[in-house]
Design a protein around this ligand. Structure first.
Ligand code: ATP
Ligand code: MN
Ligand code: MN
Length: 301
């Protein structure tokens, strides 16, 4: 008898009370993972994921027909989640107010999945105080052709430079090609101060090592370099959240790692939804207990 190998255990019919329709629909042609597999993954990581996802304006990458088909970025609550997903009113640049999505529980998380969500992206500020960032993210974007060793090295160099400024930082593999260096903040500064710091810091690093880095988003500036994408740190920008699946070829996962682990990592995206058991053990264990936690104010630069 041939038993099909499934990436994760068979999903509950109704994880967190949410009926998942079309559970056998293939979402990832790369490995055959289905909507049911995705729902089972998110149901299992809900607890550790909500520590990062909860109380935060979020944007969703939704691909209702699967990841190779039409996908879209959803920032606002268009009223299509049946009241199962929370929201927070946020003032827009033009002075109007829009409701942003906030996912605070397993039911909200699985409702998003039922609606075709693959990726979860978060603001750098909590929903309870959207004008005061609690997290800075340096998104390291390597030029095509640069190997992961260069990215790894860059992340560690940023850690050391941030450390010289008294800032603790933590690495997350994005599940794509790069690494995000996450700096927790105490929320004592506003977006203007945080963006200004991210801009100055990234430009200073790029000026010191122009052969390796650019702080300019133009693709032509990236040739053989790593783009230090500091633009994640402006009001309204997002970064992919820990434990989010990525809408890539394989269902890779954005995952917190330690600095020691990163130093030994051979490839950019070591985890997929098939590794959920390992991700859960890691999230519960001692290695990642302090990941992303530091009560620190942004210094002046
Ligand atoms: P990789 O490591 O492959 O670069 P990534 O998640 O860092 O993966 P980026 O393209 O560098 O991908 O984007 C960084 C972040 O910017 C994303 O995590 C996402 O939150 C945000 N972002 C990307 N594309 C868009 C978009 N079209 N609209 C709004 N925000 C986006
Ligand atoms: Mn990136
Ligand atoms: Mn980027």
């Amino acid at each position: 008898e041939v038993v099909a190998e499934r990436p994760v255990k068979a999903p509950d019919a109704k994880p967190f009370g949410v009926a998942i329709t079309h559970p056998d629909r293939v979402v990832f042609a790369g490995d055959g993972s289905t909507k049911g597999d995705l729902a089972a993954y998110y149901a299992q990581v809900a607890e550790p994921m909500l520590a990062w996802l909860g109380n935060r304006p979020v944007s969703l990458v939704r691909c209702p027909q699967g990841r190779g088909k039409h996908c879209f970025f959803q920032k606002h609550d268009a009223g299509n989640f049946g009241g199962k997903v929370g929201h927070v009113p946020i003032r827009e640049k033009d002075g109007s107010t829009e409701d942003y999505l906030v996912v605070d529980d397993g039911e909200g998380l699985l409702t998003c999945v039922q609606m075709g969500t693959i990726e979860f992206h978060g603001w750098g500020a909590p929903a309870s105080d959207v004008e005061h960032p609690d997290r800075l993210v340096f998104d390291l974007d390597p030029d095509e052709g640069l190997d992961f060793a260069a990215v790894r090295h860059a992340a560690i160099e940023l850690r050391d430079l941030l450390g010289e400024l008294g800032l603790a930082s933590f690495p997350m593999v994005s599940g794509g090609k790069g690494v995000h260096v996450v700096v927790p903040l105490d929320g004592s500064r506003d977006w203007v101060a945080v963006k200004d710091f991210a801009d100055r810091f990234s430009r200073a690093v790029a000026q010191a090592h122009p052969e390796r880095y650019t702080a300019n988003m133009r693709k032509s500036e990236r040739k053989g370099r790593i783009f230090l994408d500091w633009l994640r740190n402006q009001r309204g920008a997002t970064a992919v959240l820990p434990y989010s699946v990525r809408a890539r070829e394989r269902p890779s996962v954005a995952a917190p790692v330690t600095w020691d682990e990163l130093a030994a990592l051979e490839q950019a995206a070591p985890y997929t939804i098939a590794d959920v058991a390992e991700l859960l053990v890691r999230a519960d264990g001692a290695v990642l207990r302090d990941w992303g936690r530091a009560d620190q104010a942004l210094p002046d630069l």
